[in-house]
Each structure stands twice: as C-alpha cells, then as structure tokens.
Design a protein around this ligand. Structure first.
Ligand code: ZN
Ligand code: ZN
Length: 253
C-alpha cells in the first residue's frame, strides 16, 4: 500500500507478470518515488484501476497513465464524474461494468458496489486463480455486495476510518461529521472490526486496515478493535495498517 488516507490513496498488487495499481490519489512523481523506496521502481504497471472519482483516489491518475503508459480502468459513472480524468490520454480509458469480472494479464478483477457518496464507488476482488485479494476502502456501511465481494479473500484491505467518539467530540463541522458517519460515508473502527470478524476464515492470511483519519483516529485504535472482535483468532491473521505519508511494507502471500 503506497499511500492511504484522505490525502491520497494508491496500492500496487502484483502476481506473475501482471501488476495493477488501485487508485492514484498522489502525484505521479510521489508514486514513482514510493515504488522505488519499496524496491518496486522497475515494475511495469499493466492497469490503473479507479474505485471512484474523489480527488484522493484520482488526483494523479492522468499523469500516472501518461508517465507509466498504462490504461485507466473505471466504470462509466466514475470516468464521466471525474473532471481530472479528462486529461487521461485518448484511448487509454477502459470502461468496466460494476459486478462484471474482467481480466488484466493473469489477473481476474471483479468490481463490486460500495455504499459511498460518489457516483458509483467500487471495491475490487482480484484473483490469480490461486490467491484472492479484496479491497474496500471508501464505504459507509456493510452491504451484501460488500460481504460477497470480500468473502474468501487471502488478503483483505479494509477501511477503518474513524473512532466514533473521536469523530463526534472532534473538530469537524457538524455537516462533515454527519457525512463521514452516514451509511454512505466512511467505516468506523468498530464497523470495520465487525466486518473483519464476519469475513474471517482459515485461509485469511493478512488484513490491512486502511484510510485512517488523521483527525478522528489513532493507529492503536483500529488494531485494538480488530483484536477485540477476533479474540484469540487474531493470532492466525497478520494485521497491519496503511499509512498516509509513506508506503507500507511489501506483503507477500
Ligand atoms: Zn477516499
Ligand atoms: Zn471517497
């Protein structure tokens, strides 16, 4: 996970000879820098997948597409909703249909609907036929689509945005508190922990808690919530965090 949070998101996923970038909410230059720091500077990216049109997910998309020469995959609502995507080179935009799987190289990608206040936000389940990874980072509540999309994953990347008490007692204006905590906003630590508990299965190897608020959360809290929800089973899955200001460690499944 190269960047995670409301100031920019980007995650690299690679299997065999295929590499996908999920979201590009940081600049192309910063993205390249973080790839290099992670020892992945020479990876050829086959596709940039966009989850939704909010700036923290698409800010660098056009520049990344030009600089790295990769196509940009988005559903129609996202590609027409994001002004920033008008700068994507002609022919580089590929449209997918939410709910319909598509392949990029050796990877099968299934985009599934997330409840969030953008045109048509999606999470992604990505499989190489052997391992399955699920990503859901901007969602206000847990729906059947979310449960189905993330089920049976060996790696789950899940939003754990805020602590409910920190949000309600914190400095955000009332309208923003309402937006964040709404069913179409962002997932709280306790909601994320409950979801992690519902998703837990014997081959879930790694859980990454992501999109943490810098104002309304503290890195210890999502980890505590997940430990509380999973109980002793927590020792059977590695739980880490996604960071805003730096790339996380490379996770190998
Ligand atoms: Zn976001
Ligand atoms: Zn968003």
């Amino acid at each position: 996970m190269l960047a995670s949070g409301s100031a920019g998101n980007a995650t690299l996923l690679r299997s065999g000879g295929t590499a996908l970038l999920i979201d590009a909410g940081i600049s192309a230059r910063e993205l390249s820098r973080r790839l290099a720091v992670s020892g992945l500077g020479d990876v050829r990216i086959d596709a940039l997948l966009l989850s939704h049109e909010h700036n923290d997910h698409v800010r660098g998309a056009a520049a990344v597409s030009r600089r790295l020469g990769c196509p940009v995959y988005a559903n129609r609502a996202t590609s027409t909703g994001a002004r920033l995507l008008r700068a994507v080179p002609r022919g580089a935009l590929v449209e997918f249909v939410t709910g319909s799987p598509f392949t990029v190289g050796c990877l099968e990608v299934t985009p599934f609907l997330l409840p969030h206040d953008a045109a048509e936000t999606v999470g992604f389940a990505v499989s190489d036929g052997r391992m399955r990874a699920g990503f859901a980072t901007d969602l206000g509540s847990v729906t059947l689509d979310v449960l189905a999309g993330l089920s049976g994953c060996d790696l789950v990347v899940l939003e754990s945005n805020h602590d409910e008490a920190m949000l309600s007692d914190g400095p955000y204006p009332e309208f923003l508190k309402k937006r964040v905590s709404s069913p179409y906003g962002h997932l709280s630590n306790s909601d994320a922990a409950q979801l992690a508990n519902s998703l837990f299965h014997d081959s879930m190897a790694h859980l990454v808690l992501a999109h943490l608020s810098r104002t309304n959360n503290h890195p210890d809290l999502p980890l505590e919530a997940v430990r509380g929800a999973l109980g002793p089973r927590c020792s059977r899955v590695t739980v880490t965090l996604g960071w805003q200001d730096r790339a996380g460690e490379v996770i190998t499944l």
